[in-house]
Design a protein around this ligand. Structure first.
Ligand code: HEM
Length: 479
């Protein structure tokens, strides 16, 4: 497979001089973001310690970190790691499953008691490193999802202070909602099957250490199934293959700055190549069918991801002890589950091609107005540096769509080729959603589909939302 990227030796923690390890400024440094700036948490990201171009986007791995994320937190936070490990080892079962045995229920009950009895560990020492905070968010949100989705449906959802309070604090540092996100399940949840040193020892060739897309595995899973892992890895492969798209976008923007005839010819060629890359992403998306069974996904895997807005018993989630926190915590309002809709890569393509602003005549019935708001909401769940990257991209003074309209017919064709490729990606995605969600839901006895309320993992009115976004893409084609 030609889809490869190189990686340096795996490191436990980033080098001390890495920008993510620089002293962390106070999280909230300014007034709340305006609607123009996009969503935020009552403060703006302090980018004063970052090089202007550095948004934690790696030239080799894009939005994925170049080194595998750490596996375990230091000793101080071992109690969290231990209960997560135990939940996975014991194979806790979803409370909504009708075939759960009494034995399995007892196992879940005693695991939840253990979680409730954990000490509420301090997190100040985690705040020295972004990498530690990320792992803490991953571990605590996984524990929280295990906790909530093993609770009987008749029980109210009260997240014990032992995990809820540290999670709220870690999330505040990361400016993320206290719930599992795409970054917890995909971006920061992988490792290499074969380490670079093993590859080199086996082949004696340095180039063999390059990571290929089949050399990935997930770190932590709710079900331990291949289906769940392949679901996460399909996105991870798309992120890595998409690095070339990021590079083509950057090169095009540099050429737009020059803007002469040679630049226009180069951009024409970059856009044609971009269409090819997007086409490859569509192939990787469809490949999810090779390892992930739709019924296993729908009935066994997906329910673990549900957020408050898709809670099977429509319960409000409460964080125990939040009112006693001296650091002024408030009940969180953004509690949607993880979704690949939170992938900054796809949003970046939309912004670069000007697909996010098209169709100003959208009406609520067309689904487009809702779709725009929902896509913007998804950015709340992205790592804040990636959110900042998208804002930076949106602020581009020379939007590609405007530029293409004023130049050569060849450029218009190449632009349309790229837009058409995104539209095809979305057509394929709708087919995948039909296969993995609509189909199993309709086949289910009390199927959501039959009740006409089919929701996305992120709580969206699924079909209307996805069609709205796809139509918006098609509308962007230039005449
Ligand atoms: C079995 C595989 C997949 C399923 C079942 C699936 C399901 C969904 C669902 C239900 C939504 C609606 C939003 C929500 O509420 O979550 C959504 C949105 C979205 N998904 Fe997927 N997805 C899959 C794979 C992927 C992959 C691999 C990607 C790319 C990395 C992706 C990218 C997106 C994007 C960008 C959106 C936002 C809507 C749009 O921009 O068209 N999905 N997906």
């Amino acid at each position: 497979m030609s889809e490869t990227f190189s990686t340096s030796t795996s490191q436990e923690i980033l080098p001390s001089e890495h920008f993510l390890n620089l002293p962390r400024p106070d999280v909230f440094i300014g007034p709340g973001a305006s609607a123009d700036n996009g969503p935020d948490f009552g403060g703006i990201v302090d980018t004063t310690t970052l090089a202007a171009h550095d948004f934690d986007v790696d030239t080799r791995t894009g939005f994925m970190p170049p080194d595998p994320p750490i596996h375990r937190l230091p000793e101080q936070w071992e109690p969290w790691e231990a209960v997560l490990e135990e939940a996975m080892r014991k194979g806790l079962q979803l409370a909504i499953r009708e075939d759960v045995t009494d034995e399995e229920r007892k196992t879940s009950d005693s695991w939840r008691s253990e979680v409730s009895n954990l000490p509420t560990l301090a997190i100040q020492d985690l705040a020295i490193s972004e990498v530690l905070l990320r792992r803490a968010h991953h571990v605590l949100t996984f524990i929280m999802h295990f906790y909530i989705h093993t609770l009987p449906l008749t029980a109210s959802v009260v997240i014990p202070a032992s995990i809820g309070i540290p999670l709220l604090r870690v999330s505040r540092h990361l400016q993320l909602p206290p719930i599992a996100t795409y970054s917890d399940t995909v971006l920061y949840n992988w490792e290499l099957k074969k380490s670079p040193s093993t590859c080199e020892a086996e082949t004696g060739l340095e180039w063999a250490c390059t990571l290929d897309l089949d050399n990935l595995k997930s770190q932590d899973l709710f079900t331990g199934t291949r289906d769940e892992e392949e679901f996460f890895l399909a996105s991870a492969r798309i992120e890595l293959r998409g690095v070339e798209a990021l590079e083509l976008m950057r090169a095009s923007m540099d050429e737009m700055f020059v803007g002469d005839d040679i630049a226009v010819r180069r951009i024409t060629s970059y856009l044609s190549r971009l269409a090819g890359v997007i086409h490859a992403l569509t192939g990787l998306l469809m490949d999810v069918r090779k390892g992930c069974d739709p019924d296993v996904f729908y009935h066994r895997v997906r329910p673990w991801f549900c957020g408050q807005d898709a809670d099977p018993a429509k319960r409000t989630w409460k964080f125990e002890g939040i009112e006693k926190c001296e650091d002024g915590m408030e009940e969180p309002t953004d509690l949607s589950g993880p979704s690949a809709g939170q992938s900054a890569l796809i949003h970046a393509l939309d912004i670069f091609l000007g697909l996010d602003n098209c169709r100003s005549e959208a009406t609520p019935t067309s689904g487009n107005a809702d779709a725009r708001t929902l896509l913007r909401r998804m950015q709340i769940y992205m790592p804040r540096h990636h959110r900042a990257f998208l804002r930076h991209l949106s602020a581009n003074p020379r939007p590609m769509r405007d530029f293409a309209q004023t130049k050569t017919p060849e450029l218009v064709d190449a632009y349309n080729l790229a837009v058409g490729a995104v539209k095809e990606f979305r057509d394929a995605h709708i087919r995948i959603v039909a296969l993995y969600i609509v189909g199993p839901a309709t086949r289910g006895r009390a199927g959501e589909a039959e009740r006409g309320s089919l929701k996305g993992t992120g709580g969206t009115q699924l079909v209307q939302f996805l069609k709205g976004v796809r139509d918006k893409t098609e509308d962007a084609l230039l005449q």
